[in-house]
Design a protein around this ligand. Sequence first.
Ligand code: DHB
Length: 395
Amino acid sequence: MQRRPALHAVLASAVLAAFAALPARAAGQTPFKIGFILPMTGQQASTGKQIDAAVKLYMAQNGTTVDGRKIELIVKDDGGAPDMTKRIAQEMVVGDKVDVLAGFGITPSAFAAAPIATQSKTPMVVTAAATSAITERSPYIVRTSFTLPQATVPIADWAAKNGIKKVVTFVADYGPGLDAEKFFKSQFTLDGGQVVGEIRTPLKSPDFAPFLQKVADLKPDAVFVFLPSGQGAAFMKQFGERGLDKSGIRLIATGDVTDDDQLADMGNVALGVVTSHHYSAAHPSAVNKKFVAAFEAANHFRPNFMAVAGYDGMHLIYNALAATQGKGGGDALLAAMKGQIFESPRGPILIDAQTRDIVQDIYIRKVERVPAMGNQLYNVEFDVQKAVKDPGKTK
Ligand code: DHB
């Protein structure tokens, strides 16, 4: 009777010794923590909802271990308020000891977190915010969404080639809107067009009516619009209510306005609107059809461009962790993220090793009812500029 505990003790220490000899990750090393900071509430809540759903779909499809290392996902709501983003980023880095920061629904949130990524040498994967300069705020930032100059230049080219000579620009008055305004004007002017008015609307709770009246008064051939994800439906409703859709003034925009999250409910006023963007839920590739079907089955709503950037952000992080054999480490992960190439539901993408920004195809699309897809409204792609680098980096 006396010998059994002693035998147990011997066995226990033998087991411990065996574990100690294994590589750390196989012996139940700490999980690899990915900290997403997203606007789950407030004006940008649809961005949080879309990215959260896509990240969870990615994990359901690809498992929760990479090279034997357990993945732990942490999602926190910053309400789209940059001081909250900053506080949460600090808590995640110091308290949770996250290996990667991710998310960032709007530009001010990404700007607020950038110094924390730099100080802590934590890779920061931006899956939403799209002002060109974001990646220049920290050498630890990598982006899987897009940039406004990247999305804007192709629609300026399209407008100039399609008989549009005078344009009023109409943008949300902050980082991405100012990028859209500036790059539309420079490209369209270069193409021989003229910008005859520049309108900026407040980011918070905008009432578009007085600004739309200005557009009507200026009588341009077209109005070019950038508004952040979530504002498109309200804009489109007021555009229709003021009769602008029947005024002969064409509406062109970046795809943020004809956002797949809201498009199905916009109604006929959206028909024929031409936009440029990197993602449409109607993108006709096999990879995208599979992605959309799985996303809709899991969530009962359509994925938009935010969802795709979140899904690809997870793929980038999983690939980087696998490249370090599950060990991770800020600088090693960052090095493994640079230069990655893979096929996204949007098409082929590359993380440019120099700028850490995304290189991708930008499509020209038109809103149509698609009989083969439940007769719902979709952005139907009809032209493309291949492998567009952020023009904001090369000027
Ligand atoms: C940003 C936010 C958006 O919702 C969007 O569609 C584009 C850019 C931003 O704040 O950077």
